[in-house]
Structure formats: C-alpha cells, structure tokens
Design a protein around this ligand. Structure first.
Ligand SMILES: Nc1ncnc2c1ncn2[C@@H]1O[C@H](COP(=O)(O)OP(=O)(O)O)[C@@H](O)[C@H]1O
Ligand SMILES: [Mg+2]
Length: 633
C-alpha cells in the first residue's frame, strides 16, 4: 500500500497549468489580462511559431516592484483580491493568482518590470519552475512577460498542440476578443516579425469596425439599453448579415469575453424570427452589471460565468435585441449595401432628366450638365408604358406638337386637377398615396412588375427591386402576430366553404379544437367522418389556398397540441400560415397593389428580411446605374 504525501509546488503548478494553459492562446490571454489589470494604455504582442516558440507581451501599465517579482510568479499570490468580499465584487480580469505561476511552470519565462516611480527595471527568470535571483534590467515604465518554448518540459502536453497555423489562429482570436472590449487601449500584434494588427486607441464603433469589418458596422444595429443596474451596449448584425458559423459572436460581461448559455439562448430567440436556423447572427455586445450578480469563478479560464438571476438576464437580453431588430423596417437601411454614396447627385445629365421629367419648368435642368438636385418626378407612376400627363410633357419637349390636344384629354381623364395619376384610383386611394410634397417614401413608387416575381420601384436616388413574395410573407406574418398577441386573428368567412377529404385524426382534431382554432382566424367544421369544411380564413390570407392553409394548421395542432401551438410554437405556425397566404410568384399585381405593398413594408417591423432571413429588397442607386453604363467616366 502506497503512503500519502504532499505534491511538490512545481508539480502542483504543472497540474494547474493543464487547466489554465491549455495552449499558447490561453497563456496569451492570462498575460493580456494582467496588462489590462495593470491599467496599460498600450500593449504590444509578439508571437513566434504560433506562440509555441515565443509569446511576449509588453505594456506600459503600473509595473511590479522589484521585491514583488518572485511573488508574481508564485502560486496563489495576487495583488487583486484580499478577501472573500473582494472575490464577490471582483472588478479585475484576473484574481486567482495562478496565471503566471502556471505559465512559468511549463516554459522559460522572463518577467521584466519597472513601476513608474522606479529609476530602472528589474527582471526575474523562471526556468522549469525554478526562480533565478532578481536582477536589474533595462525597460521602459511598464512590464514585459516573455514566454519561450511552451511545454518544453512536459512533452505529453506538447503533443497535444496543433500545427503552428492552428495555434496562431487561436492566439489571434484571443487577441481580437480582448482588443474588441478595450478600444481605449492601443494594441499591436506581430507574428514571426510581421505586423498583423495595429489598432490605435479609438472609440467602440471604430474598434468594432476595425475587427469585425467595415461592412458589418455599416449594416449593424446599435444597441443601447438599460434596466435597473444592467446596461447592454454594442452592435448586432442585421439579419441579412449573418454567417454560417458562430465565429463572429462576441459577448462580454463586465469587459470579460464569455460563452454563456443564457445569453446565447436569449440572442437566438431574438433572432429566431428573422433568421434561418442554420445561419448565425454576428454581434458584439457588452453587458455591464453589478459584479455581485455574476460569479466569474466557475471556470479556471473564466470563459464561463454564472448569473445569480439568469432569468432576468435572459429577459433583458431578449427584449433588448428583439426591440433593436424590430426596428429593421424596410427602407430604414439598405439590406444589401448600396455600392456608392446614395446621396450623390452630381452627375445628372440630360437623358435622365428627360426620362424622369421635372414637375415644373422651374426645376428643369435645361442644358442638363451638373445640378445639385435630381429633377425626378416623385409621383406615383401609372401603368408602365402608359403615357402620363407628365410624360406627355417630355414627349412634347422632345417631339413637339402634342401639347394642346393631349393635355386637354389627359386633364379630362385625370381624377384630380394637378395629378398625373391614372383614373383607376378612387379618391380615397388617392388620398392614401403620399404626394410628392410629403417627401418620397423610402421605397419609392412602383413602376412595374418583373416576370411576376419582382416589383420595380423608383426611389429618391435610383431603383428599388422588391421580392414580392418574400416581402408580403413578412408583412402578413407580422400582422398575424400582432393580431394574435392582441387577441384573435380577424377572420374572413368564405362565401362558399371549401371542403376537403381528411383522415379520422384530422376530423377528431376539428371536433376537439375547432372552436379554439377560431382564435387563429381559421374556422373549420367536420362535415362527415372523412370530410372537413373550411368556413373562414384570416382576412390577410384570403387570397391563398384555404385547403393548404387548413391542412397546415391541423397538422401543427395535431402534432403539438393546441396549447403548444398557441404558445411556444405560435410563431412557427404563423410563419407557415403566412407562407401559404402570401402572394405567389406570377400573380399580376396592379400598381396600386404594388404601392400598397411598398407602404406596408415601410411600416412593418423586421420587413427588411423575409421569415427565413433573406433580404426582401435591394437598391440600385443612380450611381450604381451610372457605373453600370460607365457614365461620367
Ligand atoms: N503586466 C503586469 N503588470 C503589472 N503587474 C502584473 C502584470 N502581470 C502580473 N502582475 C502582477 O502579478 C500578480 C500575479 O499575476 P497572475 O499570476 O496572473 O495572477 P492574477 O492576475 O490572478 O492576480 C498580479 O496580481 C499582479 O500584481
Ligand atoms: Mg492574471
């Protein structure tokens, strides 16, 4: 029988290193966090061979007194906490006092430091856990930690290291996570002597843009919410800017990057409505809260945390993001980045002015060279090839001779004296249409329908193309949700009920739940043991196929039970219903219908993307078009 004995410190450190220093990136993390805790405003990282050969972190922080240098490398020695109270309120990134000791036990480590008040620096070297005496050294105020040959003394661990490229990738990810949360700090990263990142001190938006991409930040929705002592700041990607992997998800609690199930779940829920389940949103979010409300001491590398009130955190995150995403109404921003500056209007020239004639001669471009304002007619256009009174004016100018006769005829046809609108609109419809004087709606006015799939619309600075089915589906879906949230989806009774052959289970479901299903705007009645009649459908879905709709609803109710369908699965069901009721491709829409759809999009939450996260519209600015035709080159 073997006797029990105490392990030597060095071995204890090496065992701990297994948890704390999993790979070069984890050593880098410990070192960067120490620099930040020391209040550095500038941090430089040098790596060689993916960090396996060398990790050197140099900072201009507070430094370590010469006498304290050996302690810094000692296990359970820290300047950051002194009591259990401190631990519960911890505001620094480190506090366990084992970071440097662990790294030192599995590498050749040199720690050089000079507090700002000291005349020169001191240095201590630890090799294989053994400390050399402290000696004077040269160093600017601040600290350098140099880690060479990681795992040189623990070959078993070394075998677990991946290729240099892989280890480097992990180091860079660690660097980015930390740099993202500290924009006020200047950072530099070099690998094998080559500068990879050079980040000046900057504001949060600039830092996020630098690290996550300019196109992300251009499209991102700013989040800034508060509840009680909690605040949430940052940026979430618009649903159309999603990724196939989770890589670009940055979530921080009190400045610490964490992977947290509660947060991930809340965010997934918030995006569920606007994103296909195989796509992942991009975000950089910073949650600040009372440190007492979160336990950061549940994981050796502190990548996980435990919230005291995780339910409240979940709600706060969900509501914050859900609200931010709800603001993505069509026209509020472009789902597909416009290629140029959308406000540009410098290179208008004659032929365009002729195609889109000015409303009054006063704004005409005349010679047609450069004008500051695009002389568009922002009026509802009539049928695509139908000549409106305004267009007549152009033809008139171009060909002459039409004026008198034509304008008289058109004046008679026109429903309102000054309006070029076709007579097909009733006075109420006319009133509903925005007039040019009210400004041009973001999605402009419909011009035509393309191949029964797309709506073309002229907007302030170019052409909008709308995916008719995708857009309509989103609008219907949002309406169904709002109605059901309020109470009941309004139903349109069918003048002629439609019946369909059903199986016994379906008929039984109608017997059992038919009455409550009216809440969904669907009225079904059993006709016989094998027949069901559809008597009513939601008003917004009356153009769809009532039988398909009824079958879809029945299938869900049968599978999940009515109460589930009305609660947890509600949005899924409504999305399915919307899909059945949305305008199909190849349906001819009138211009009035198209314009109504555009206005609906502008007023519907989340209408920038369909229920599956695809964009519903795109814009070609005049500049894009000019580029297409190489105008102005
Ligand atoms: N870059 C640095 N600048 C100033 N002090 C440092 C730095 N790195 C480490 N230290 C000091 O060494 C101590 C031990 O560091 P570490 O082992 O990482 O433990 P912890 O960060 O948990 O306190 C720290 O508490 C701190 O006082
Ligand atoms: Mg530390």
């Amino acid at each position: 029988m073997k006797r029990i004995h105490k392990l030597p410190d060095h071995l204890v450190n090496q065992i701990a290193a297994g948890e704390v220093v999993e790979r070069p990136a984890s050593a880098l993390k410990e070192m960067l966090e120490n620099s930040l805790d020391a209040g550095a405003s500038k941090i430089t990282v040098d790596l060689a061979q993916g960090g396996i050969k060398l990790i050197r972190v140099t900072d201009n922080g507070g430094g370590i007194a010469a006498d304290d240098l050996p302690l810094a490398l000692d296990r359970h020695a820290t300047s950051k906490i002194a009591s259990l109270d401190d631990l519960e309120q911890v505001g620094t990134l480190g506090f366990r006092g084992e970071g440097l000791a662990s790294v030192a036990s599995v590498s050749r480590l040199t720690l050089t430091s000079r507090p700002h008040a000291a005349e020169h620096a001191h240095q201590i070297i630890a090799i294989d856990g053994a400390l050399h005496p402290v000696e004077p050294a040269a160093h600017a105020p601040g600290t350098s930690v140099e880690v060479v040959d990681l795992y040189f003394n623990t070959p078993a661990r070394r075998k677990f290291l991946k290729s240099e490229n892989t280890e480097y990738a992990h180091c860079e990810a660690t660097f980015e996570r930390i740099a993202l949360a500290h924009p006020q700090v200047e950072f530099m990263l070099r690998h094998n002597g080559k500068v990879i990142w050079r980040l000046p001190a900057q504001d949060m938006q600039a830092r996020v843009g630098a690290l996550l991409g300019k196109d992300f930040i251009a499209e991102a929705i700013t989040v800034e919410t508060a509840a009680g002592s909690m605040t949430l700041n940052g940026f979430v990607g618009s649903p159309t800017y999603s990724k196939a992997s989770r890589d670009a998800q940055y979530f921080y609690v009190n400045g610490r990057f964490v992977r947290d199930k509660t947060a991930q779940h809340a965010l997934r829920q918030a995006y569920r409505d606007v994103l296909h389940h195989e796509r992942h949103p991009v975000y950089a979010l910073f949650l600040s809260m009372d440190p007492a409300g979160v336990d950061v001491n549940v994981h050796p590398t502190k990548i996980e945390v435990r919230f005291r009130e995780s339910q409240a955190i979940h709600q706060f995150l969900f509501h914050s993001i859900n609200k931010a995403l709800a603001a993505t109404t069509a026209g509020s921003s472009s789902p597909i980045p416009a290629q140029g500056d959308i406000n540009t209007s410098a290179n208008v020239s004659e032929p365009q002015a002729a195609l889109f004639p000015p409303r009054s001669p006063a704004t005409a471009t005349g010679g047609g060279s450069h004008t500051p304002v695009r002389p568009f007619s922002y009026q509802q256009q009539s049928m695509p090839l139908h000549v409106t009174r305004e267009a007549i004016g152009t033809y008139d100018k171009m060909f002459g001779g039409l004026r008198e006769e034509e304008s008289r005829r058109l004046a008679e046809e026109a429903p309102a004296p000054a309006s070029p609108l076709p007579a097909m609109l009733s006075p109420t419809q006319l009133q509903a249409l925005p007039q040019a004087s009210e400004g041009i709606p973001p999605l402009g006015f419909a011009l035509a329908q393309l191949h029964g799939v797309y709506i073309l619309s002229q907007c302030e600075d170019g052409l909008i193309v709308v995916d008719m089915h995708a857009a309509h589906e989103r609008i219907v879906y949002e309406r169904l949700k709002t109605a059901l949230e309020a109470d009941t989806i309004p139903m349109q009774p069918l003048l002629l009920p439609v019946s369909f052959a059903a199986d016994r289970m379906e008929v039984a479901t109608v017997h059992e739940h038919g009455e409550q299903m009216k809440q969904l705007g669907v009225e079904l009645a059993p006709l016989s043991p094998t027949q069901i009649a559809v008597r009513g459908v939601p008003v917004w879905l009356q153009d769809g196929n009532p039988v398909d709709l009824a079958r879809a609803v029945l299938k869900d109710v049968r599978e999940f039970g009515l109460s589930q369908v009305l609660t947890e699965r509600r949005n899924e069901l409504l999305a399915t219903m919307a899909c059945h009721g949305a305008v199909r491709a190849n349906r001819q829409l009138t211009l009035t219908e198209m314009n109504a759809l555009l206005r609906d999009m502008e007023n519907t939450e989340r209408s920038n993307q369909c229920n599956h996260g695809r964009p519903t519209w795109s814009r070609l600015s005049m500049k894009d078009l000019d580029n297409l035709f190489m105008r102005g080159r």
